[in-house]
Design a protein around this ligand. Structure first.
Ligand SMILES: [Zn+2]
Length: 65
């Protein structure tokens, strides 16, 4: 599986794209493992940062409902 972000040539993960971020969060509120989502390690890191920031700003709930 190819990395979602590499595939679309997205270099930075936008923390405001909560709809998108949610796709990579499991029902328990954790970031899904790379081998499940196919995200490369550099984007996985950026994704984690974006999710952290979105939660900090309160635009992304800690757990998905
Ligand atoms: Zn990537």
């Amino acid at each position: 599986m190819d990395c979602y972000f590499c595939q679309r040539n997205i270099k930075e993960v936008d923390f405001k794209e909560t709809q998108l971020l949610r796709r990579f969060i499991s029902s328990s509120g954790k970031i899904k493992p790379k081998k499940k989502t196919g995200i490369c390690s550099s984007h996985q890191r950026k994704l984690a940062q974006a999710i952290k920031r979105a939660r900090y700003l309160g635009i992304l709930s800690p757990t998905s409902k």
